[in-house]
Design a protein around this ligand. Structure first.
Ligand SMILES: *[C@@H]1O[C@H](CO)[C@@H](O)[C@H](O)[C@H]1NC(C)=O
Ligand SMILES: *[C@@H]1O[C@H](CO)[C@@H](O)[C@H](O)[C@H]1NC(C)=O
Ligand SMILES: *[C@@H]1O[C@H](CO)[C@@H](O)[C@H](O)[C@H]1NC(C)=O
Ligand SMILES: *[C@@H]1O[C@H](CO)[C@@H](O)[C@H](O)[C@H]1NC(C)=O
Length: 624
């Protein structure tokens, strides 16, 4: 496929004055772009936005906000209507938790639910994060489902109605509709992976059970369907999607199937067969996924297509073609893809929503500065340990300064925390209220076991990093999901709570494309269709794996010489840990032949949590 590159140097100066996006957002930077591969049926896809609806204020590549996305969708709809093709919007869940815009309000989500609700999304579903708390799933039930009535699908998800106590579908199970311009008959489902960590007011049915149900079996036997659309908070390469794919194919061997997935926070595109593909569109409002299909049977409506792409319904056997593009979420990309500029691009509705977001951020004081970071601290873009590793910073600076319980002040302590407790990078410059939530959105406190023999304690880290992950059966969700708030920790499944921060993102590969321009670092995705999926051509970024957990030793007697080290080791220590990982600590202790149990644990530093410790440390150490 020929790729047309565009490079517009003027855009840099023009965009400095860009009007939309958040006022404090970094202006986008111009870069060579691949165009959108328009087709007969087109999709825009968001997933795992986790409250980042204001965009990334410190990262030019991802600095557009949800209002800009509304403008983008409106402009692309105008274009689709003009061309007589169709455009559908899809969101696959995890819209909440992970950003101050969601987390800092009381009640949480007060602003983001309304902001998200402004977009016209055609098909959406729930993620796992919507279900950790009764209140968040009830928000879905009372607010998001009615906002998107008929579009919100819950194929394998029920809720206990708080008023009646009855179990009922969170939303309708599936939806059938015909597209506006092409008359394509679509049958859509909305799934969640086999999640078990939900609060007990929701019921997630295993996908493998759902597909045996009568309603599903009837739906997939419908012959009056041109496209099965399976949206899911489900990674593309999982048993869950494989089972759905197989069930549909058993009934209809040649109908086109399009999957949209999420949960693993990556850009990914998978081919199931020549008529079945899936797209996953990253995380945190970094990516707007674009997907198109050509050669679908149509309803025979006349149109003014500039490209001859539609196949008559009789010619179903003709093979459709599929294309994907991962759009970097910034105004430079949006303007290029719409052939508009900063005066002509924003729509009134988009601007209104950008203002809603700005007002919410102001009300929440998210730009309030605690201090200024002297350099970047990375989760995965710097090796651990190193001076640019956020985990080295936590281990060597923050925890030693902050972890102290006045009642146990004289006792040496070992602090264990999972690396998943820190969720996002810190950029050089202002460290704001917003930053505390993006870095550490979890309200986990600390617990401890007193006077653990040092000979045992010193072996724990290795056990947790190497042995504990193997004590549970492998699961599709094991490697990806970040841990969540401690409040419901006891209801999480074990696999949901482990984090392997490494490997979340595709590793960069060199592009064969020629270009004279200096590339900015960013996503360089390789998927089942090759390495030409990203809209913006970036220089690759290297990602490093980090261990599951790290350890700080605090208040140890100081050894003066190498020889005296052994004798300077304490006999016993307070074993302190983030309460979120208590079950792992206890398991590892069992593995080491001890019989510590929950009764031996207690709260350490009453009322303090990781987020608060970090905010305080920054205030005390990082003056601007
Ligand atoms: C849900 O769990 C709570 C305690 O966590 C319990 O009181 C309640 O009865 C449970 N509800 C259902 C429907 O199982
Ligand atoms: C959540 O809802 C369930 C079912 O209605 C109820 O049994 C449980 O007590 C609720 N839990 C909390 C923490 O409110
Ligand atoms: C944007 O495009 C319009 C229409 O092409 C043009 O009149 C206007 O000068 C452009 N604005 C900027 C800032 O380039
Ligand atoms: C935008 O906001 C203005 C002022 O609140 C309102 O009058 C207008 O109807 C809104 N327009 C859209 C499209 O939402």
């Amino acid at each position: 496929m020929r790729v047309r590159l565009r490079y517009a140097a003027w855009a840099l100066t023009v965009l400095r004055a860009a009007l939309a996006a958040q006022p404090s957002a970094a202006p986008p930077v111009s870069a060579p772009l691949r165009e959108l591969p328009w087709g007969q049926l087109n999709f825009l896809h968001t997933t795992d936005t986790h409250g980042w609806h204001a965009g990334h204020l410190q990262e030019p590549s991802f600095s557009a906000d949800w209002g800009d996305y509304i403008s983008l969708a409106e402009r692309l709809h105008e274009k689709a209507d003009k061309e007589g093709v169709d455009l559908l919007l899809v969101d696959t869940g995890d819209r909440i938790e992970g950003n101050g815009l969601y987390d800092a309000s009381i009640p949480r989500g007060f602003y983001t639910l309304k902001i998200f609700g402004e977009q016209d999304v055609d098909v959406l579903c729930s993620g796992n994060h919507e279900l950790y708390k009764n209140t968040s799933s009830e928000n879905e039930y009372y607010e998001t489902v009615p906002d998107f009535l008929g579009n919100y699908l819950a194929s394998n998800l029920d809720i206990i109605d708080p008023k009646t106590g009855q179990q009922r579908p969170l939303a309708q199970r599936f939806k059938k509709f015909t597209t506006k311009n092409q008359g394509i008959r679509v049958l859509a489902f909305g799934f969640l992976f086999n999640f078990r960590g939900n609060s007990n007011n929701t019921v997630v049915q295993r996908v493998q059970e759902t597909i045996k149900e009568k309603w599903f079996q009837e739906a997939i036997r419908d012959r009056e369907v041109d496209l099965f659309l399976v949206v899911g908070h489900v990674p593309l390469r999982t048993q869950e999607f494989a089972s759905i794919y197989k069930a549909i194919r058993e009934q209809q061997w040649d109908v086109t199937i399009q999957f949209f997935g999420g949960h693993t926070h990556i850009r990914d595109y998978a081919k199931y067969d020549s008529k079945a593909y899936g797209l996953e569109s990253g995380r945190y409002m970094e990516t707007i996924g674009f997907m198109s299909i050509n050669g679908l049977p149509t309803g025979g409506k006349s149109n003014s297509l500039s490209i001859d792409i539609a196949a008559p319904r009789a010619a179903r056997a003709a093979s459709p073609t599929f294309s994907r593009r991962y759009i970097d979420n910034n105004l430079f990309s949006f303007h290029q893809h719409t052939d508009l500029n900063d005066t002509t691009f924003p729509t009134e509705h988009g601007r209104n929503v950008s203002s809603m977001i700005a007002l919410a951020r102001e009300a929440l004081k998210l730009d309030k500065t605690y201090g200024c970071a002297p350099r970047d601290y990375w989760t995965n873009r710097a090796p651990y340990p190193s001076k640019n590793s956020i985990f080295s910073w936590l281990q060597d600076e923050v925890l030693p300064d902050m972890v102290l319980d006045v009642d146990r002040a004289d006792v040496p302590r070992m602090v264990l925390t999972n690396t998943g407790a820190l969720r996002f990078d810190i950029f050089r410059g202002p460290f704001t209220v917003d930053t505390t939530y993006t870095v550490s959105p979890f309200t986990s406190g600390f617990r401890y076991i007193k006077d653990v023999p040092f000979s045992i304690a010193k072996r724990l880290l290795q056990i947790i990093n190497q042995e504990v992950p193997q004590l549970w059966p492998a699961s599709q969700s094991l490697a990806f999901e970040l841990p969540v708030r401690s409040v419901e920790a006891s209801t999480h499944t074990v696999d949901e709570r482990l984090l392997f921060a490494g490997g979340q993102m595709p590793l960069g590969k060199d592009h064969a494309l020629d270009h004279d321009v200096e590339l900015t670092p960013g996503y360089t995705t390789t998927d089942d269709a090759g390495s030409d999926g990203d809209d913006t051509i970036h220089a690759p970024i290297r990602f490093y794996r980090v261990p599951n957990a790290l350890e700080s030793r605090i208040g140890f007697p100081s050894a003066t010489t190498e020889e005296s080290k052994e004798s300077a080791d304490p006999v016993s220590v307070d074993l302190v840990y983030v309460d979120f990982i208590e079950s792992y600590i206890l398991l590892a202790l069992k593995f080491l032949g001890t019989d510590y149990a929950e009764r031996d644990t207690a709260v350490y530093m009453e009322g303090r949590d990781m987020t608060g410790l970090i905010a305080q440390w920054v205030q005390e150490h990082w003056q601007c």
